[in-house]
Design a protein around this ligand. Structure first.
Ligand SMILES: [Zn+2]
Length: 562
């Protein structure tokens, strides 16, 4: 064989083997071996019912090989370097079964309006954020909630125009289901829009007394202006995702189920994983469209288990806060309004059939009892099997007679405990005394045999899972209101809550064989806490500090004390 050909073949072989031994192989990116050590002096809650507690854990090349006490493990694993947890508590890495890293990333590139108590305070924060922007660049923000203002009415474009006469301003409501624009933003979309805007089906807009658009656009009406908003640059989005991942790790998350991705999100996650920058495992739900077609029956997984793509996200309705949740009966505080079904029943049934044909796990967003009923009926009519681990994202307001159907059909209730404690101030106004009994009904679902997976829906809620754990245990907010808890019969026990945030979440993402509990054979995904959340008084859980977060044995936040 001629030398150039041999050289070429050799190079090709080298390249191929380099690809194989890269992130998908037994080593982490950059070919540094994954960590091996013996973790000792730990109060470990394993999440494994056969061995619920332990004090030591042997880790080789990023995987757990033994769990027990230090003396017992020392014999077989005496060769490993010892790392002490200094008496701290260790739990499995926390998994957020429904969240939006993409939106958190963009939020970190936008003005943070969460917790603002008035329009004046919003203007202040926007002015501070504007200092980083180029002239003419859109000023984006997220997290306003008119329910927290002295007058809880929707704002108008005029509220923003005095401070921002020329720069387009585009502000997302806390639930992501309403947008607030100033006049410059509406004009940037179209001059005619101010006068002649008509809401499309599935959307709504408001008008001022003179008939012009008020500046608030609900659900599918958001695109009227949103289609004109320039996208973030790829570099900015990378920066935002780095920030979002760090934030997730800081709060003890090692897994996130990303509720809605398109192909560019997927490509970014894959590139981050290849570059060693993806510090949580991502179970990504593709949106209908090109990503759906691309990954239909060509599901994506990796040997490092960092990304799985085998599930689809479908929206049925909106959210309760903006009265977009589809209800069977009218809103108790808005006669005649039944909310918005965003996907027609026939289209939904068609999408479900196509998703099943692609072998996708289905993850349908359903908030109102009408949307939830449609989901259950459609899944049932499509003949789903429990092995498909199909999910109901939110399962928020259920007709009482529908609760038993989750276990019967094998549908996972993917729920967010902090939604209950964020909505409890006004949810009963919207729903009335009867319907509220089927809302945020974790205990009823669990007792009826349903499988629970918990998350936060960040950035709709805060990233910190300790807030969700506290909500699920107490049905109280962080001020411990109301005394005794809001509909406390729906509270859960600690092991049930931890399960829903770890192994239950892993199960709902087909990752229960590789993470979610601390057992031999699984990745060493674990969190070191400064207190024992299975023991301390519930209010103390809110102040829990995450000392360190480990993914496949690698510290992605903090460190063990030397
Ligand atoms: Zn969501």
């Amino acid at each position: 064989m001629n030398t150039p050909t041999t050289l070429l073949l050799l190079l090709t072989a080298l390249l191929l083997s380099a690809c194989k031994a890269g992130p998908a192989g037994n080593t982490s990116p950059g070919d540094t071996p994954r960590p091996s050590f013996l973790l000792t002096d730990a109060r470990i809650h394993t999440g494994n019912p056969d061995q619920p507690t332990a004090s030591a854990m042997a880790i080789r090349e990023g995987r757990i090989v033994a769990v027990g006490d230090a003396d017992a493990l020392a014999d077989a694993h005496g060769d490993l370097p010892v790392r002490s947890a200094a008496g701290n508590t260790v739990i499995p890495g926390l998994i957020d079964a429904h969240a939006h890293l993409r939106n958190l990333a963009q939020m970190r590139l936008s003005a943070d309006l969460v917790g603002t108590g008035s329009i004046a305070e919003i203007i202040q924060r926007l002015q501070a954020h504007e200092k980083n922007l180029a002239p003419g660049e859109w000023l984006r923000g997220r997290g306003w909630d008119q329910n927290d203002w002295p007058t809880p009415a929707f704002p108008t474009r005029q509220d923003l125009d005095a401070a921002f006469p020329d720069r387009p301003v585009w502000l997302e409501r806390i639930d992501g289901h309403a947008m607030w624009a100033n006049t410059a933003a509406i004009r940037a979309a179209s001059d005619a829009l101010l006068q002649d805007a008509e809401a499309p089906p599935g959307g709504q807009l408001f008008r001022l007394e003179d008939g012009t658009a008020s500046g608030v656009f609900i659900d599918d009406a958001e695109h009227l202006v949103g289609s004109a908003v320039p996208p973030f640059s790829p570099e900015a989005l990378d920066r935002g995702l780095d920030m979002a991942l760090k934030e997730a790790n800081r709060y003890g998350l090692t897994g996130v189920h990303e509720a809605g991705v398109d192909t560019s999100d997927i490509n970014r996650f894959i590139r981050f994983a290849d570059e060693g920058r993806l510090t949580v495992r991502v179970h990504a739900m593709v949106e209908p469209g090109p990503a759906f077609e691309r990954y239909c029956s060509d599901h994506y997984s990796r040997e490092d288990d960092l990304i799985s793509i085998r599930s689809v996200k479908i929206y049925l309705d909106g959210a309760l806060g903006s009265r977009g949740a589809a209800l069977m009966q009218e809103y108790s505080d808005d006669p005649g309004n039944h909310g918005l079904m965003r996907t027609a029943p026939a289209d939904y049934a068609d999408l479900v059939d196509r998703a099943l044909a692609c072998g996708y796990q289905m993850n349908t967003h359903a908030i109102g009892d009408s949307a939830n009923r449609l989901l259950l009926d459609t899944y049932e009519a499509a003949g789903i099997s429990p092995e498909g681990r199909h999910r109901n994202e939110h399962a928020q307001i259920l007709a009482l007679e529908d609760i038993d159907r989750f276990a019967k059909l094998g549908i996972i209730a993917s729920m967010q405990p902090t939604h209950a404690t964020s909505d409890m101030y006004w949810a009963e106004d919207r729903l009335g005394a009867h319907r509220i009994k089927g809302a945020y009904a974790w205990r009823s679902l669990l007792d009826a045999g349903a499988h629970l997976a918990f998350g936060s829906d960040f950035p709709v809620e805060q990233v910190n899972p300790m807030l969700g754990i506290h909500s699920a245990l107490t049905r109280q907010d962080d001020q411990l209101w109301p005394e005794g808890g809001w509909y406390p019969e729906e509270r859960l026990e600690r092991d049930e809550v931890l399960h829903a945030f770890t192994l239950g979440a892993a199960w709902s993402g087909f990752q229960d064989q590789v993470t979610g509990s601390l057992e031999p054979g699984k990745w060493a995904d674990f969190v070191v806490l400064d207190r024992d959340i299975m023991q301390v008084a519930p209010p103390s859980i809110l102040d829990t500090r995450v000392e360190a977060t480990f993914l496949a044995g690698e510290a992605v936040h903090g460190a063990l004390s030397p």
